[in-house]
Design a protein around this ligand. Structure first.
Ligand SMILES: Cc1cc2nc3c(=O)[nH]c(=O)nc-3n(C[C@H](O)[C@H](O)[C@H](O)COP(=O)(O)OP(=O)(O)OC[C@H]3O[C@@H](n4cnc5c(N)ncnc54)[C@H](O)[C@@H]3O)c2cc1C
Length: 502
């Protein structure tokens, strides 16, 4: 295709008047400039670039940020993979089928069967490759996990530096491929539109860097530009819940959703929204910042306190062993909010509840941080905290009767003390989710599809852009975002056809 035809072909350019766009174009590359344009140099984009370059592809890798790595800079980096060489060396018998069954059991069959199948089938190859290249999981790994619903086999691994342990390996491999001269990396270069021809096929991208715009073309365009966890407006619009806390990568602005929708893609997965079981944030701002978290996992610390919602009602037995059950119970509470309520006897005798804090730190925070309230009676405590006073008094009285009888109304078995001795305390918790539940629909070859199921030619997507719920459903399943992002990126780098070289 000649440059003139290419320029004419981008008349279908999404979201802009083509003539205006072309007037601002500094340089239009010929369509065969690159085999791959990869939008986003993060968890999915880096393996895509590495594996594509390794088989001789010419790659343009674009990122809005000033460094590669994306969410791996922040992520806990927990991966899950079944049938790995590490498992075999430890005598752990595991298969992708068992992994698949666990994901479906934990998610109650809400994960997407096609994408989940690919993710579990490809996970061991990805993990073994990382290990070969120097990734070191913690010495006791793999484990079953306890921060999310445990797996049935030990297949859960992460490194000492979380996501950065993975990034260190990817960065090394990436720099090696880059030195071979096939990867053109451009940082601080956000993609602002996809270029399509008159038939609707994606031919390239438009980027904005410093003060100029450029267009580039390629045979394949991969969207690996992450989720929308840091875009509060999009978060609320797509998930139906407010973005209560800003804990995501700042560049997770949902660009991929806008890019793909503008050329005919569509979003799915709203029904999968799930919140974690809450954090203490620094203040009332929305989105807020993470401050601390009470240890609510009974396997780590048994509960002495009660959890109440804004009506002052308990909504789950506090020693509920299932993480997933706790998370789902919070979804039904107003504003995904609850308070942990206790008294002086509990504060002075229970192990300190706020993770990593001493009892003295907790005491010093009451009356200083708005979410830590203290009062000599329950009604005042409730009013100052934002809880219904009658509801709280009723609930605590009921709870205390249960403690006296040794039989709790919600079935809780750990009942060390009633809540009777002033002062009384309440610590507010806010449920939130870091990741983007909703994502762009793709088929079993990771091609972005239209509502009618037809792929948009040349356009692919991987990573959180597909929606967190695709490989975990309406649940949090250990490692089922990082590992699929890495694997899907790798697959796209390995498998898309390259132009014949002359
Ligand atoms: C705190 C935290 C902890 C987590 N822990 C885990 C965990 O333990 N296990 C797990 O499985 N999952 C975890 N996750 C989720 C997981 O880390 C992410 O889903 C995954 O890393 C996202 O990978 P990605 O490639 O889709 O996006 P990213 O890794 O974020 O990469 C996207 C890249 O695209 C770039 N970009 C954005 N817009 C543009 C644009 N317009 N043009 C060009 N580039 C652009 C960004 O700068 C970024 O570099 C966690 C997430 C967070 C935030």
């Amino acid at each position: 295709m000649s440059r003139r035809r290419f320029v004419a072909g981008v008349a279908g350019l999404a979201g802009a008047a083509a003539s205006g766009v072309m007037a601002r174009v500094a340089r239009a590359a010929a369509p065969s400039d690159y085999d791959y344009i990869i939008v986003g140099a993060g968890t999915a984009g880096l393996p895509a670039a590495i594996f594509a370059s390794a088989r001789g592809a010419r790659v343009l890798l674009l990122d809005a940020a000033g460094d590669i790595g994306g969410t791996l800079h922040l992520s806990t980096g927990q991966m899950s993979a079944a049938g790995t060489r590490l498992q075999a060396s430890l005598g752990i018998v595991d298969t992708p089928q068992l992994h698949y069954d666990d994901v479906m059991r934990i998610s109650r069959n809400t994960a997407d069967p096609i994408l989940t199948r690919i993710a579990v089938d490809e996970a061991a190859k990805t993990f073994d490759w990382l290990m070969e290249r120097g990734f070191a999981p913690l010495p006791e790994h793999p484990v079953l996990g306890k921060g999310h619903e445990p797996y049935s086999r030990k297949r859960y691994y992460w490194g000492a530096e979380g996501g950065r342990s993975i990034l260190a390996v990817l960065r090394r491999e990436f720099e090696r491929e880059r030195a071979a001269g096939r990867i053109d990396l451009r940082l601080q270069t956000p993609v602002s539109a996809l270029l399509t021809d008159s038939a609707g096929a994606v031919r390239g991208v438009r980027v904005k860097s410093a003060d100029r715009e450029q267009v580039f073309s390629a045979r394949h365009v991969l969207l690996t530009c992450g989720g929308y966890g840091s875009n509060a407006e999009m978060f609320e619009r797509l998930s139906g819940y407010r973005a209560y806390a800003a804990t995501g990568y700042p560049y997770s602005q949902g660009a991929g959703i806008e890019l793909a929708v503008a050329v005919g893609g569509y979003v799915r997965g709203r029904q999968n929204y799930l919140s974690n079981f809450g954090s203490i944030l620094t203040d009332d701002a929305i989105p807020g910042r993470f401050l601390a978290r009470f240890v609510v996992i009974p396997q780590e610390r048994q509960p002495w306190e009660v959890f109440v919602n804004a009506r002052g009602e308990r909504f789950i037995r506090e020693d509920e062993p299932s993480v997933d059950a706790r998370e789902h119970s919070l979804l039904a509470q107003p504003d995904l909010r609850y308070w942990i309520v206790f008294d002086e006897a509990i504060l002075s005798s229970a192990p300190p509840g706020v993770g990593g804090w001493t009892r003295e730190q907790m005491r010093e925070t009451f009356g200083v941080h708005k979410w830590f309230q203290q009062a000599d009676d329950l009604a005042t405590l409730a009013r100052n905290s934002g809880i219904d006073p009658d509801g709280l008094q009723r609930t605590v009285a009921d709870f205390n009767r249960g403690v006296a009888r040794g039989k709790d109304a919600l079935g809780r078995t750990y009942l060390p003390k009633p809540i009777v001795k002033p002062p009384f305390y309440a610590i507010r918790h806010q449920g939130h989710s870091t990741t983007a539940t909703v994502g762009i629909a793709v088929d079993d070859r990771l091609r972005v599809i239209r509502q009618d199921g037809m792929p948009i030619p040349n356009l692919y997507a991987a990573g959180e852009l597909l929606g967190a719920g695709q490989t975990q459903g309406r649940s949090f399943v250990g490692g089922m975002m990082v590992t699929p992002a890495l694997s899907f990126g790798r697959i796209l780098g390995e498998r898309l056809p390259l132009a014949a070289r002359t």
